[in-house]
Design a protein around this ligand. Structure first.
Ligand code: F6R
Length: 608
């Protein structure tokens, strides 16, 4: 998840690109760069770190008399966040420059082919491969070269490309990742997001998927991947600048909740084959070692701990390995039994949570093999683990974790299936069925998101309610726990997440008129029992809301049923948590609270 900006027109190009990048910094800020096309030469400047670093570099090298330019702010996916891997990337002649969002899934194969032809690469990125491929097609008009390369590249990607010999032209391409053109008077802008140009124009053209766009000072031409001309559709931006940074959403949290279909798709990308197997090439952990493991620990804090809870059920069910989970801050103080045959999985979106890092360090010192699961490339957890699996949720600005949680669930499901493959505990047919269902998740999440308004209506009735319970059993239990945590942290109300079957052993004493009880009942083998537990809550005066799968008969127990698409147990955790995120958001908003920056919390917790 990175930011792209491009400009062709009469203004000083640098004065458009640098502020444009600053407006996109929320998309990623581990490195940044620009390329300026002077016609006679192509100047590329880039720096690791924040955009301020790039600004000082450009200031020290300028002024520049450029005709067009492209810029990029990066959130690393392939290759460490350093200056060499920063965009733009160039072809060997230095004439073609490319900036890119997304992932070219078949880049290893494409790179190998180019290497066989004698190409040498300086970075570890998939983007450099694209630059070389376009450079190879120097005899073709740039738009045609980009079209041919788009037809060879797999994955979700947005590109902005310039060629020295065509200085009044930027070519953009879109598949999956966003791309828009801002229309000006004898000038045009190309960007991943509207904030990049909103201070200059509100007129825009949205580029659809599988389209290539030629942007010149006074024209915008769009073609499809077959080369057919497409009529550009002009629109006017309605938001103010502040809102635009949030993509039109009132808060980052809501925006991030809505980004989940894409985040999950990115997290699955390249990790499952057409034949329905899981491939985790980046895992770099020997199969022999994974087969020798006799116990698994999953360690994490907060929301990430709820992903660990789901991971326990998944890994035990699919691999028959015993799995212990622990809150990271508890783990190392209780003298846990860990040795060289223990596999430890540390989950942390930031990869910087000190409790999780210390727990992982402790386990390593006892001889365990450690897999880190993180959303931040090259984070401390990633560096200190023996192997790392990244969630590819993109930058999460809202303090309450949302899209990083659903992508953690997906990564842990992939890892569970992978271990089952390696250890031969699930037959290939069973893995294939689950993999096919994993692929449905992005669309299913989108379905759930469309219920946001009805969830707002429901929570509108709870203005004065201060007591909530979230209940579930089996795979629905971590979902209930996460629902309660979200509500506590952003709406500041007492919300308990509990195992539904445990309520009768004490907490049921708290149920009375006016308490809202939200039951999650998607796990088929315990659904009937959860529904009975909900009857028990209703009999004591609880207001019952249920999250249930489409088509399931849940009787009359609930005043309101939120439906999620049906799917296999455990995989449903990903869709079932989404209405609970929306519910927290709407309760907090109705109370006039800032859900992006809840009181007393920090996005990254680096103290014990
Ligand atoms: C909840 C939340 C926190 C984090 C916890 C661990 O919305 O954000 O509970 O989940 O602080 O953070 P990471 O995953 O960065 O280790």
């Amino acid at each position: 998840m990175c930011g792209i900006v491009g400009y062709v027109g009469e203004r000083p190009v640098v004065d458009v690109l640098l502020p444009g990048l600053s407006h996109l910094e929320y998309r990623g800020y581990d490195s940044a760069g620009i390329a300026l096309n002077m016609g006679s030469s192509m100047d590329v400047m880039k720096r690791a770190g924040r955009i301020a670093e790039l600004e000082s570099l450009v200031e020290s090298e300028g002024p520049f008399d450029a005709i067009s330019g492209i810029g990029h702010t990066r959130w690393a996916t392939h290759g460490a966040p350093n200056t060499v891997n920063a965009h733009p990337h160039v072809d060997p002649s230095g004439d073609v420059v490319v900036v890119h969002n997304g992932i070219v899934e078949n880049w290893v194969e494409l790179k190998r082919k180019l290497e066989e032809e004698g190409h040498r690469f300086v970075s570890d990125t998939d983007t450099e491969v694209v630059a070389h491929m376009i450079g190879e097609l120097a005899d073709l008009p740039l738009v045609e070269a980009v079209r041919q390369v788009m037809n060879q590249a797999d994955g979700a990607l947005a590109l902005a490309v310039m060629r020295r010999s065509e200085p009044e032209l930027i070519v953009g391409a879109r598949r999956g990742s966003p791309l828009v053109v801002g229309r000006g008077d004898n000038e045009n802008f190309l960007a991943s997001d509207i904030p990049a140009f909103l201070e200059h124009t509100r007129e825009m053209v949205i580029i659809d998927d599988e389209r290539i766009v030629e942007v010149r000072p006074s024209s915008v031409r769009i073609i499809d991947l077959e080369g057919n001309e497409i009529e550009p559709e002009h629109r006017k931006v309605e938001w103010d600048f502040e809102a635009a940074e949030k993509g039109g959403f009132p808060t980052f949290m809501l925006k991030e909740i809505h980004e989940q279909p894409h985040a999950v798709l990115d997290t699955l990308a390249g990790r499952i084959t057409e034949t329905g197997r899981v491939v985790l090439n980046e895992l770099e952990m020997d199969d022999k070692l994974l087969r020798a493991v006799d116990k698994v620990f999953v360690l994490a804090c907060g929301t990430s701990y709820h992903a660990a809870m789901m991971a326990k059920y998944a890994i035990e069910r699919w691999t028959r390995l015993p799995v212990e989970i622990d809150i990271a801050s508890e783990f190392r103080y209780r003298d846990p039994v860990v040795d060289a045959r223990t596999l430890v999985i540390g989950i942390s979106q930031s990869g910087e949570t000190i409790d999780t890092l210390e727990a992982v360090r402790y386990a390593k010192a006892q001889g365990a093999n450690v897999i880190g699961v993180s959303n931040v490339v090259d984070s401390a957890l990633a560096r200190e683990s023996d192997a790392v699996l990244y969630t590819r949720a993109g930058l999460e600005i809202g303090v309450a974790a949302t899209k990083t949680f659903t992508t953690q669930l997906v990564v842990m499901q992939l890892l569970g299936l992978y271990l089952a493959q390696v250890r031969g505990t699930l037959d290939p047919g069973a893995v294939e069925l689950l993999v096919r269902d994993l692929m449905k998740l992005p669309d299913q999440i989108a379905d759930v998101l469309s219920q946001s308004d009805s969830i707002a209506e429901l929570t509108g009735e709870w203005g004065s309610v201060d007591d909530y319970f979230f209940l579930g059993r089996s795979g629905d239990f971590p979902v209930a726990m996460e629902g309660a945590l979200k509500l506590k942290e952003i709406a500041y109300v007492r919300a308990e997440g509990y195992a539904a079957g445990e309520m009768k052993h004490g907490p049921i004493a708290l149920i009375e008129d006016g308490v809202v009880v939200i039951g999650v009942a998607t796990d088929s083998h315990v659904r009937a029992k959860t529904l009975s537990n909900m009857e028990e809550m209703k009999a004591r005066g609880g207001t019952i809301v249920l999250v249930a799968e489409e088509g399931d008969d849940v009787g009359e127990v609930a005043e309101h049923v939120i439906r999620v698409p049906s799917g296999p147990d455990l995989l449903c955790t990903v869709t079932a948590v989404v209405p609970l995120q929306l519910l927290s958001y709407h309760v907090a908003t109705a109370r006039g609270l800032d859900d992006d920056k809840p009181r007393n919390l920090a996005k990254t917790v680096t103290v014990e």
